[in-house]
Design a protein around this ligand. Structure first.
Ligand SMILES: [Zn+2]
Length: 147
């Protein structure tokens, strides 16, 4: 497999396991090419994550394009499944994020005390409502609020 040394500012879109952007030298493996943007998909050696997602047709899509696709899904269908943690809703690779402006914990029949979190978000002028259930996962779905 081809390897390449790169020094630069690490994009948190690609290396979402790193918390901050920083200058660093990485040995990178060029693994695949993104089906959408045709850019090389690269990942840090020994890093976690593949650097890409696979869509329903088996195409490899880089995290940045996943973010674009998820944004499109949300705007077209008014619904998106992802993850919720600390007032932030994200898609799977974390390349699409919306901050919630309000959240409320309540009792859930199965998950118990504070087992259900309702949260509200504003994205491009529209309001969305999200629900997260349980304590041992971050899965959540948001839906467009009808006026
Ligand atoms: Zn891409």
């Amino acid at each position: 497999m081809e390897k390449r040394r790169i020094t630069g500012v690490v994009s948190e879109l690609i290396y979402n396991n790193l918390k901050t952007k920083q200058m660093k030298t990485f040995e990178l493996e060029i693994t695949e090419t993104c089906t959408v943007c045709k850019k090389e998909i690269i990942r840090e050696e020994g890093g976690c994550g593949t650097g890409y997602a696979i869509d329903n047709n088996g195409n490899k899509i880089c995290y940045a394009c996943c973010g674009e696709a998820d944004k499109k899904t949300l705007l077209e269908t008014g619904k998106l499944s992802g993850y919720y943690s600390h007032l932030v809703f994200t898609n799977w690779p974390g390349s699409f994020k919306i901050k919630a402006y309000y959240s409320r914990d309540s009792w859930h029949n199965f998950a118990g005390r504070n087992g259900r979190t309702d949260f509200w978000l504003n994205f491009e002028g529209k309001h969305y409502h999200g629900v997260h259930i349980g304590h041992d996962n971050e899965c959540a779905t948001i839906r467009l609020l009808k006026k």
